[in-house]
Design a protein around this ligand. Structure first.
Ligand code: PGA
Length: 257
């Protein structure tokens, strides 16, 4: 019920986009556009190859940098993988985990999301853990079951103090990159359901403090209505985070609340 106790977070998820010069140009354009934002935490989650550039362009600004994944082991024979410690050492603050594209194309499971979340927390990163139902699951009326299961499994064994460092992104899979946004009512309904599940697991006081974002075709036109909802505390933005003006418009909408 108390949106004011939570931090609104607008995070861009660049996915597999932008070379280093392109990343530099986008962030240099964004920095002055959002410099006066006070009430919203702004995060850019960028490909690994752009992290150093992004950290340097945003140093001393109000933009935080995140990665798009991390491995669950601390180090070792995992060719092509990046550990949470490697990210933390660079100055990265956030990491997106369990994105539906990772679940769909890279065999990510709730078990590996859980392990990655624990590894990220151990390295002092703030995980942005993505959950969401497939269209088929929504049509079969099992959205709540799917979400409840993901919340239970993804956060299994994570204590309340650590949960408070996590952000949850509700991203209905059918809305990602499709131009089909969930209605503000649908987003509110599931975000409130997630908070209810967290309350069962951790108590209402803890649940009230957790930032729950909506993600899926969020843009300059629909952001204001989505973030005005009681349990929608910001957004995880894909396509619209790749243009400074669009991303800024979403951030401005969240600043007003
Ligand atoms: P979209 O992606 O905004 O392009 O739909 C959101 C996401 O995948 O995080």
């Amino acid at each position: 019920m108390n949106k004011a106790v939570r931090k609104a977070i607008i995070a861009g998820n660049w996915k597999m986009n932008k070379t280093r010069p392109e990343a530099k140009a986008l962030l240099e354009e964004l920095v002055p556009m959002v410099k006066d934002i006070k009430n919203v935490e702004i995060v850019a989650c960028v490909p690994f190859t752009n992290l150093e550039t992004a950290l340097s362009v945003t140093e001393g600004t109000n933009i935080k940098i995140g990665a798009e994944n991390c491995h669950f082991e601390k180090s070792g024979a995992f060719t092509g993988e990046i550990s949470a410690d490697m990210l933390a050492e660079m100055g990265v603050e956030y990491v997106v985990l369990g994105h539906s594209e990772r679940r769909q194309y890279f065999a990510e499971t709730d078990e590996t999301v859980n392990k990655r979340t624990k590894a990220a927390l151990a390295a002092n990163l703030k995980p942005i853990v993505c959950v969401g139902e497939l269209l088929w699951e929504r049509e079969c009326n099992i959205t709540n079951e799917v979400i409840a299961r993901q919340i239970k499994l993804d956060f299994f064994g994570i204590e309340a103090d650590d949960l408070k460092k996590c952000v949850i992104a509700y991203e209905p899979v059918w809305a990602i990159g499709t131009g089909k946004t969930a209605t503000a009512e649908q987003a509110q309904e599931v975000c409130a359901f997630i908070r209810g599940e967290l309350a069962k697991l951790y108590g209402a006081d803890v649940a009230e403090t957790i930032t729950i974002q909506y993600g899926g075709s969020m843009n300059a036109g629909n952001a204001a209505e989505l973030v005005s909802k009681t349990d929608v505390d910001g957004g995880l933005i894909g396509g619209a985070s790749l243009k400074a003006a669009d991303f800024t418009a979403i951030i401005n909408a969240a600043e007003i609340g």
